[in-house]
Structure formats: C-alpha cells, structure tokens
Design a protein around this ligand. Structure first.
Ligand SMILES: Nc1ncnc2c1ncn2[C@@H]1O[C@H](COP(=O)(O)OP(=O)(O)OP(=O)(O)O)[C@@H](O)[C@H]1O
Ligand SMILES: O=C(O)[C@@H](O)C(=O)CO
Length: 425
C-alpha cells in the first residue's frame, strides 16, 4: 500500500472527525488505534489516520509516540503528514502541540510549519491569529472551563509560542484570500525571518482549499479537520488521488443492545444528556463515589443490565464546571480525569461482556480510555452522523463486529444521541 496522506491524531474522537472529513472528500480512509501490528489486514486506502491519546499526557511521551507514528506513515509512502489537533487548540503552556511540532518539524526537515485549527463547518474560524468558536473568541467560549486544558487566550500565535521552541508567525486572511501561491510566498518569507511555525487564518472553505494546496508543497502540516478538507481537495485537484465515493462497508447490522457513555463535561454534551433524558434512561454517576472505589461502576452495570434489553441506556459522569472544579480541587485534576476515564472504560467492558455491540462515547479522553480497554485495533468509516462524527465499524478485535460513534465533547446538536442511535444499526 502506498499512502497519499498520512495523519496522526492526538486523540481518538479527533481522529474519527478527521477520517470522516477525508472519506467525505473522496479519500479511501481508515482510522487505526495506534500503530497497527503487521498481522492486521488493512484494505487498500489513500489515507490512514493513526489515533493516539497524547493530547494530555507528558510532553516527552507525546513526542515519542508522534515521532514513531510519523516514521510508520512515511515508511508506507506518505510524503505529507498532517498532525491533527483539536479545532479548539486544546493544550496547555507545557504542550503538547508545541513540543510535537518541534520534533516532527526537525524529523521532516521542514522550515516553517503551517498550523490552522479552523473548521468552519463546526464554527471554528481563525482571524488575525485569533481563534473563534462560533461568535466567541476562544477564551470567552465554553473552552475556558475545560476540565483538562482550560483555554484562556484566543491568540494562537501567542499560545503556540509559549509551547514551542520555534518562533511563530502569522499568515493572515488577506494573504490566504490571494490563494496558494501567496501563502507559499508568505511561508518562505516567515522562514527567512526565522519562524518555525505559522498560524494561518481561515474563515471559509475556499480559504482551506488554498491552504491545503500550499501545505501539500511541504512535508508536514498541523491542524483540525478543515485542514484535512483542504489537503484532500488538493490531492484530488493535483490528480494524486482519484475521488472515491464513500462506500457502504457495513455488511450485516450488528444489532443487539446499545449504550452511551459520556465523560465529556462540555456544554454541548451536558445539553445532549438532558435532552436524551426525556426519552431514554440516564444514569448519572456520582463522581465522588467513583473517586473512592469500584462499587459505583458495578452498580452502573447492574442498572444497565436491568434495562438494556428494552432500550438504549446512557451512563454519564458529566458535571457542570462548578462541580468539576470542586472535585479537582479535592483530588487533583489529573487524578480525577484518569480515575473517571478508567471507570467509564471498565463500565464499557462490562457492557460489551453483557452483549452491547453498539456504543456511543462522548469525550476524546473518555473515548481513548474506552477504545483501548476494548482493544479495537482499527475502524472503517461509515455514515456521517453530524459534522465531525461518523459511524465507525471495527476492524479486527476480540469482540467481533462492533459499531461505535466517538463524539468530540463539543460536537453535535441537542438530539445527537437519539440521531446517532437511529442510524447505528
Ligand atoms: N464529573 C466530573 N468531574 C471532573 N472531571 C470529569 C468528570 N466527568 C468526567 N471528567 C473528566 O473530564 C475529562 C473530559 O475529557 P474528554 O476529552 O473525555 O471530554 P471533552 O474534552 O469534552 O471532549 P473532546 O476532547 O472530544 O473535546 C476526562 O478526563 C474525564 O474523565
Ligand atoms: O477538532 C475537533 O474539535 C475534534 O475533532 C477534537 O479533536 C475534539 O477532541
């Protein structure tokens, strides 16, 4: 297999978001969980998205995993590798976007790496280096209260410069609007001024097309699904890849009981749980009890077992920002995140042992913990549920065919869970 595009995603929901975009744009794409073992049979594809769980771990480990994935993708023919980050630039002053950028840039021998988290389909736009979530600057959006990486600065030139050893410049919208050649020229100018990275403005899909065409002249780019759209269109326009309609991969419906696990505390997920509560049973876990032992997870499984033959069930740890911050002050942010993720992963395993084969997970870190626990090696892309969230069909793994949806915390409308269940046969 010779890849036309290699991608590394810093979390699993982000990976399925990107894989969905690439498939929608006509690239035959699969999502792998980490670097697959040699014995995993993969179909012929144009792009692979290697999903990592490195957004919130220590920077040196994140760097090591990203570099290994980059080497694996390039050995399979990928001339261009995109590092997929969150469209809300989720990170802290110690990383991990900057440190990964520095190391992949050195490995690729790149001068100035193009960086843009813009994804207009979900309301993420970048203007004069400032990231907007809908109409709000990043630091005024719900991301200011994120449990793991609260975002307090919308100016990405500043944010990235705090994390990276490289100087960071800007390719502004006026240049982007002039097209790919103007972007390439600006990158060359930024390189000669000593910049190792360039935050790139984008508001419309046409901006992303110009950005994609310019980025393909380089070996490395960093961004969210909007950049993926630009790269995919660029590869097709250049004739490197032939456009493929997304094919049905599903075979027989897997059927059986269905469940939703939510660890995301984003406002979107909180609203989706509240809406679903009107039509299906929801168990709200007590996070304090989860911190203090295993019984809460066992009780959740017993609760689900009584109901799931009749109806899909939702089990959620999600809380509002005040309760999240109270728990974190008591036990520490990392410990809380980890314990709750592992509790939800244990519940997922128990549900699957009890026959669940259709599973929706809300939250990137949560999805990572669940998919790792279930040891699913890769996914083929199914139908899009909403922008950024596809149906995923497992490839390999010890539980046979499963259908999953890994929902980024902030994605989807209020009726997301019911909508997803309706198409996850
Ligand atoms: N009640 C709670 N109190 C504190 N932390 C919680 C609670 N429930 C879940 N968490 C933790 O909050 C974090 C949520 O992160 P996760 O990535 O799963 O969701 P998200 O950030 O909304 O999604 P995404 O990364 O896709 O945008 C996890 O580490 C989870 O364990
Ligand atoms: O880019 C996004 O917003 C999502 O794919 C994501 O990465 C959230 O975890």
């Amino acid at each position: 297999m010779t890849l036309s595009l290699g991608c590394i995603a810093d979390d699993y929901t982000g990976a399925s978001d990107l894989a969905n975009t690439l498939a929608k744009e006509g690239l035959r794409t699969i999502q792998t969980i980490g670097i697959p073992t040699d014995d995993l049979a993969l179909p012929e594809v144009d792009a692979i998205v290697v999903s990592l769980k490195i957004r919130s771990i220590a920077a040196p480990e994140a760097v090591e995993r990203a570099r290994a994935s980059d080497r694996w993708l390039r050995e399979r023919g990928a001339d261009h590798v995109m590092y997929k980050i969150c469209s809300t630039f989720d990170s802290t002053d110690s990383g991990n976007i900057g440190p990964v950028l520095d190391s992949l840039r050195a490995d690729a021998g790149e001068t100035t790496v193009l960086v843009t988290p813009a994804f207009p389909q979900t309301g993420r736009t970048v203007y004069q280096g400032n990231l907007f979530v809908g109409a709000a600057p990043l630091n005024e959006s719900p991301l200011k209260d994120h449990p793991l990486n609260p975002m307090h600065d919308a100016n990405l030139v500043r944010v990235l410069a705090r994390q990276s050893a490289a100087a960071v410049g800007l390719v502004d919208l006026a240049i982007v609007a002039r097209g790919a050649e103007a972007i390439v020229e600006r990158l060359a100018q930024l390189a000669s001024d000593g910049n190792g990275a360039a935050i790139t403005d984008a508001v419309f899909e046409s901006d992303l097309e110009a950005i994609g065409a310019a980025a393909l002249r380089q070996r490395l780019s960093i961004g969210a699904s909007g950049l993926g759209l630009g790269l995919a269109r660029g590869l097709i326009a250049a004739g490197t890849v032939r456009r493929h309609e997304r094919t049905a991969v599903y075979g027989k419906p897997v059927g059986g009981p269905a469940a939703v696990l939510a660890g995301s505390c984003s406002q979107a997920t909180l609203k989706q749980i509240a809406k679903a509560e009107q039509t299906m049973p929801v168990l709200r876990l007590d996070p304090e009890k989860l911190m203090n032992g295993r019984e809460e997870a066992q009780l959740a499984l017993d609760w689900a077992a009584e109901r799931m033959a009749r109806t899909p069930v939702i089990i959620a740890s999600s809380s509002n920002p005040v309760d999240v911050s109270r728990l974190q002050t008591r036990y520490g942010r990392d410990a809380v995140g980890k314990v709750i993720e592992q509790s939800l992963a244990a519940i997922a395993e128990g549900l699957v042992e009890r026959g669940v084969r259709r599973l929706i997970v809300a939250g990137g870190e949560t999805s990572g913990a669940v998919v790792d626990r279930l040891a699913i090696p890769a996914f083929q892309l199914g139908q899009e549920i909403v922008a950024g969230v596809p149906v995923l069909h497992s490839i390999g793994g010890r539980h046979g065919g499963m259908v999953l949806a890994l929902k980024s915390g902030n994605f989807g409308g209020e009726s997301f869970f019911a909508d997803a269940l309706a198409i996850m046969a």
